[in-house]
Design a protein around this ligand. Structure first.
Ligand code: FE2
Length: 281
């Protein structure tokens, strides 16, 4: 990385301490069993099909691979990363969306990550937005690594995928609250997007308000510990939109469990890669 590292923020140090106390220490006390059990869980390929009257007819049947919350670092290392990348490649999607938290703590861990992500290919491109963990240490290094790997990083902007009449893909950077997400979405401009990538599912109310047919998010990890009978009953109490599919009129949201985590426990909440087929109603 050639970008100069800025002074590390308090949030980075807080996350490092949390990681040491809640992840590394218990894992060490269990002789590595916690991490081993965590990464032994199979990454599920979740196939979904949604229809919207405002999804562009030219892209009826488009298949999107959604990968999120890799958290590359201590819990998710090289071997697991290869599994995830291979799984996404095997899907052979038209477009790949990566919705943030590419790294867990530090962008210093990023070179191998971006070497692997550079292997991802899709007809309409591979799009990325940043999550809160990408901002902990050195977000500019994450952006540079992604761009050097041939990925399209969307920082409160929208681009046409597939030429002048292509699919309008918008992406917003990490934002914590509904108003902050809404403000970022406003900055994307270029009319109503067809697809929105936002790490935080709190972007969905504004996306639905604008009639965006599909929003893809991560951040919650599906709550990580959920009731088998209802996976929306999970550990994430701060998010009404915490896991799976939500719909408001012609707008859909998918909140993925993601493939990684910062805490080594998943119950009724498997790591997943989502393949969404979008149809025009
Ligand atoms: Fe995350």
């Amino acid at each position: 990385m050639t970008t100069t590292r800025p002074k590390r923020k308090l949030a980075y140090h807080t996350a490092t301490v949390r990681n040491a106390i809640l992840t590394r220490l218990p894992d060490a006390l269990m002789g590595g069993a916690l991490k081993a059990r965590h990464v032994a869980q199979r990454i599920e390929i979740a196939e979904r099909c949604y229809a919207s009257a405002v999804w562009p007819r030219d892209f009826d049947g488009l298949r999107i691979a959604h990968l999120s919350d890799i958290h590359f670092g201590h819990l998710l290392g090289a071997e697991r990363l290869l599994q995830a990348v291979d799984a996404v490649r095997a899907v052979n999607a038209d477009l790949i969306a990566i919705t943030g938290d590419l790294v867990d703590l530090s962008a210093a861990e990023a070179p191998l990550l971006f070497e692997q992500l550079s292997l991802l290919r899709a007809r309409l491109g591979v799009f990325v937005v940043l999550g809160n963990h990408d901002h902990l240490d050195h977000p500019r290094a994450v952006v540079k690594g992604a761009r050097d790997a041939g990925l399209i990083v969307l920082n409160d902007e929208s681009v046409r995928a597939g030429g002048r009449d292509g699919l309008l893909v918008a992406g917003i950077d990490w934002a914590k609250s509904i108003p902050a997400c809404t403000a970022r979405l406003r900055r994307c401009g270029a009319g109503r997007a067809d697809l929105l990538l936002a790490h935080n599912p709190k972007a969905f109310p504004a996306a639905a308000e604008r009639g965006i047919p599909l929003t893809l998010s991560g951040h919650t990890h599906g709550g990580q510990v959920a009731r088998a009978a209802n996976r929306r009953h999970n550990l994430v109490f701060t998010q009404r939109l915490s896991a799976g599919h939500y719909q408001r009129e012609e707008s859909h949201l998918y909140v993925t469990n993601g493939v990684g985590a910062w805490f080594p426990l998943r119950v009724n909440c498997p790591p997943e890669i989502v393949v969404i087929e979008m149809r025009t109603r």
